[in-house]
Design a protein around this ligand. Structure first.
Ligand SMILES: *[C@@H]1O[C@H](CO)[C@@H](O)[C@H](O)[C@H]1NC(C)=O
Ligand SMILES: *[C@@H]1O[C@H](CO)[C@@H](O)[C@H](O)[C@H]1NC(C)=O
Ligand SMILES: *[C@@H]1O[C@H](CO)[C@@H](O)[C@H](O)[C@H]1NC(C)=O
Ligand SMILES: *[C@@H]1O[C@H](CO)[C@@H](O)[C@H](O)[C@H]1NC(C)=O
Ligand SMILES: [Zn+2]
Length: 438
């Protein structure tokens, strides 16, 4: 789609941010060679993966930590089968409606989600907030955070109780307000990758499609495969860790997320849940934002050679910034700040900050930018305020820093629970969009 230029490559490589979001430091060292993840010495894999099925094939519903005492904690991570049986448990105990996206993964897995709250029932326009988990395989606890948060909402609603995450307390009325937003959620959007990571402890990030190579070079980075400046990503030319696939939406997992945005067409707020930088990131990820030059956008290929350079000044000497209407930026930052307040109080450590995605490092093809870009590319589509939450601080004692300690795993569940609560409450206050027509 977009051409690639040496100028943008130089600009992007000059930016070697030190914080580690979804990439390991060695994956960020672009030296022009295909590079496997280095084997780490540690045999410590953090919180163990659960064995068996604590939800008995869907006969038992999960319950999160916000609806239990502050001394309650979990000692194992949900295995892939438990994520599916937990979702089934929520459907059987609370009657929520589940769905399966239409595209099977390379290994034949289905991607499942559900809808809760809103005005309930069959009206797909009633769901305005979309929470997505574990698109990156090794970010352990991502699916758990999504599933346990929804479980908390449903349990609290049913018992007419509130929720407590760390020092954040929510009333029963706030739980009902949060549910009124109408939520679409997918705990596990990369089932092949997570199954492989859980069985191999290999710090696996991508899916399992071998189109790009074999062994450690196989797999597509799903969060580079969306149709947002898809072919404008210097990383993918050099580094198999972020290989973006053979075309935008080449992967069934990403087509499934597009299907969700098309099907629940009134979604107004979207969070993609990642680890581990301790940030709430808001669009854009392609370049610094600017509200002065509406023609300076991802849609205008005349800027391809200068996009992705953050050290320039938009509007002067060829400097580029990605256009964001001022009112949309205000909503983006307001809700991001709210999420940060929840994450910091819920998890008990104040290390989360809000920032623009490109401040971490410029990206293309990411799900949050794609979701937000849709209404620019096609004005008939809904505006979707879009975020990446990067939970956790990383576990440097483990074989893979994305594998949390037991303490981190539990703190992350609480932090993300409060972050999601703040998003839902902020979304209701800031606006959910048009009335439904059904
Ligand atoms: C939680 O654990 C602490 C320390 O073990 C203990 O002092 C406290 O009483 C416990 N609180 C509850 C509510 O069980
Ligand atoms: C919340 O509780 C009310 C009252 O029990 C119930 O009617 C409603 O369906 C519940 N909402 C959800 C999303 O479960
Ligand atoms: C984004 O754009 C606005 C308006 O041009 C500007 O005020 C703001 O500082 C920019 N940066 C971030 C990180 O939001
Ligand atoms: C794209 O940018 C160029 C250079 O600034 C400008 O002349 C042109 O009008 C823009 N095109 C659109 C469609 O906005
Ligand atoms: Zn990630």
């Amino acid at each position: 789609m977009k051409s690639f230029s040496v100028a943008s490559l130089v600009g992007l490589l000059a930016l070697s941010a030190t914080s580690s979001a979804c990439l390991l430091p060695e994956e960020r060292e672009n030296d022009g060679h295909i590079r496997a993840i280095r084997g780490r010495q540690s045999r410590n894999n953090g919180t163990p993966i659960g064995t068996g099925d604590r939800f008995s094939g869907g006969g038992v519903a999960p319950q999160g930590l916000g609806s239990q005492g502050s001394n309650t904690s979990f000692s194992t991570i949900l295995n892939v089968n438990e994520i599916a049986s937990g979702l089934k448990g929520l459907a059987s105990i609370y009657g929520i409606e589940t769905f399966t996206t239409p595209y099977k993964t390379y290994q034949g897995a289905s991607i499942q989600g559900a809808v809760v709250g809103g005005s309930g029932g069959q009206c797909k326009e009633a769901y305005r907030v979309f929470l997505n988990g574990n698109i990156h395989a090794r970010e352990r606890g991502s699916a758990d955070n999504v599933l346990f948060f929804i479980s908390d909402l449903l349990y609290a609603n049913k018992t007419n109780a509130g929720l407590t995450y760390g020092s954040k307390t929510y009333t029963a009325a706030q739980v009902q307000t949060a549910l009124s937003a109408g939520i679409v959620f997918i705990p596990l959007s990369n089932p092949d990758g997570v199954a492989y990571d859980q069985s191999s402890n290999s710090c696996w990030r991508k899916n399992r499609n071998p189109a790009s190579g074999t062994g450690s070079t196989s797999g597509i980075d799903l969060n580079r495969n969306f149709d947002f400046l898809w072919d404008f990503n210097p990383e993918v030319r050099l580094e198999r860790a972020t290989y973006h696939g053979t075309s935008a939406f080449s992967e069934p997992e990403t087509r499934g997320l597009k299907w969700v945005l098309d099907t629940y067409a009134k979604i107004r707020w979207y969070v993609d849940l990642h680890s581990y930088a301790g940030d709430v990131l808001y669009s854009w990820g392609s370049d610094e934002n600017q509200s002065r030059y509406p023609s300076m956008t991802f849609q205008n290929s005349s800027f391809d050679s200068v996009r992705g350079i953050l050290s320039d000044t938009p509007g002067t000497r060829g400097g580029y910034g990605e256009y964001i209407p001022a009112a949309e930026l205000t909503a983006q930052t307001t809700a991001a700040t709210r999420m940060v307040s929840g994450l910091n109080a819920g998890g008990g450590s104040r290390y989360y900050t809000a920032m623009q995605s490109s401040d971490l490092y410029p990206t293309s093809g990411a799900s949050d930018d794609y979701a937000y870009s849709r209404h620019f590319a096609d004005p008939s589509l809904n505006l979707v305020h879009s975020y990446t939450i990067e939970f956790s601080q990383g576990n440097n004692a483990a074989s893979c820093p994305f594998y949390p300690t037991v303490a981190q795993y539990n703190a992350n569940i609480r932090a993300v629970g409060a972050g999601f609560m703040e998003l839902l409450l902020a979304a209701v206050e800031l606006g959910l969009g048009d009335e439904t027509t059904c």
